[in-house]
Write a protein that binds this ligand. Structure first.
Ligand code: KIV
Length: 310
């Protein structure tokens, strides 16, 4: 099965089909999301917060992204897999950015990379695209710059900021970005940007008028309690289900209800008897023990259904 390409994503946008993108960080979640028909999986650097337990995305490294990116690529057969370039992997110049992007592409097998920033990242995006690396842009609230932005705040609320964000989107489009994430910006501004660029816009906290939406796996499923952004909707309370199951497991181990016969393995009574005799008396005749064990093996092999029997 071939993966969704950037051309197909563009066609979806052109046909007015909304694109549902979702983060994934490991093999089982990628398999589930891919099976549910999600066309783009983002191995986001939110990994740092929802999986690795940091309080921002800043500590995440290229090696972290590669480790998790690989597992997502293995889990997803059809989805386009885009891997975030983490903080520090592209800000020091396009040469470093290219080296890291190539590593991420080669070592994960992903379909594209994503990086944050508009006009300030445009040259880097252009160099990567020129070298054959498809790039998704990301503007608005850019979490890697949270320390400069002064927190996780809505971006583009003033006319000056809004015009700057429109210019950012146009700069990314001109640089060759195949799509642009718009994070935590007013709905009207996201709508305006979506109308002014030809590439798909993917919103998160940017209202319903973007070409698509992206959400964080843990927010969607109620798996991350530290913070729930206003834009997130819990489609299921999987965290509560997991906790209930784990509590039931603990209770059944403690009360002896788990495991039962059905969940256990057995051995032949004669083999058990022999082992008891052998361990009780070290002088027990080993040749006799070996003979009984050989007989048992022969018996097992000749049972109907055993390999090699009719
Ligand atoms: O890292 C991430 O998960 C992201 C999304 C929030 C867009 O960049």
């Amino acid at each position: 099965m071939s993966r969704v390409t950037v051309t197909q994503l563009q066609q979806m946008r052109d046909r007015g089909e909304r694109i549902a993108m979702l983060t994934a960080y490991d093999y089982p979640t990628a398999k589930l999301a891919d099976g549910a028909g999600i066309p783009i999986l983002l191995v986001g650097d939110t990994l740092g917060m929802v999986v690795l337990g940091y309080n921002s995305t800043v500590p995440v490294t290229v090696d972290d992204m590669i480790h998790h990116g690989r597992t997502v690529v293995r889990g997803a057969q059809r989805a386009h897999v885009v891997v975030d370039m983490p903080f520090g992997s592209y800000q020091s110049g396009w040469q470093d950015a290219l080296r890291n992007a190539v590593r991420i592409m080669q070592e994960t097998g992903c379909s594209s990379v994503k990086l944050e920033g508009g006009q300030r990242s445009a040259e880097t995006v252009a160099r990567l695209v020129e070298a054959g690396v498809p790039v998704m842009g990301h503007i608005g609230l850019t979490p890697q710059s949270v320390n400069v932005l002064g927190g996780f705040k809505v971006q583009g609320k003033t006319p000056r900021e809004a015009v700057h964000l429109i210019e950012d989107a146009k700069a990314l489009e001109a640089a060759g970005a195949y799509a642009i994430v718009l994070e935590t910006v007013p709905t009207a501004l996201a709508h305006m940007i979506t109308q002014r660029v030809k590439v798909p816009t993917i919103g998160i906290g940017a209202g319903p008028f973007c070409s698509g939406q992206v959400q964080v796996w843990h927010d969607l499923l109620g798996l991350y309690d530290a913070f729930t952004p206003k834009h997130a909707r819990r489609f299921a309370e999987v965290g509560a289900v997991i906790r209930g199951a784990v509590e039931a497991y603990r209770a059944e181990v403690e009360s002896g209800v788990f495991p039962t016969k059905k969940e256990s393995f057995y051995m032949d009574d004669r083999a058990l008897e022999l082992i008891k005799r052998m361990t009780a008396s070290p002088a027990e005749d080993m040749s006799q023990a070996e003979r009984v064990l050989a007989e048992l093996a022969e018996e097992a092999a000749s049972r109907p259904g055993a390999p090699g029997t009719a």
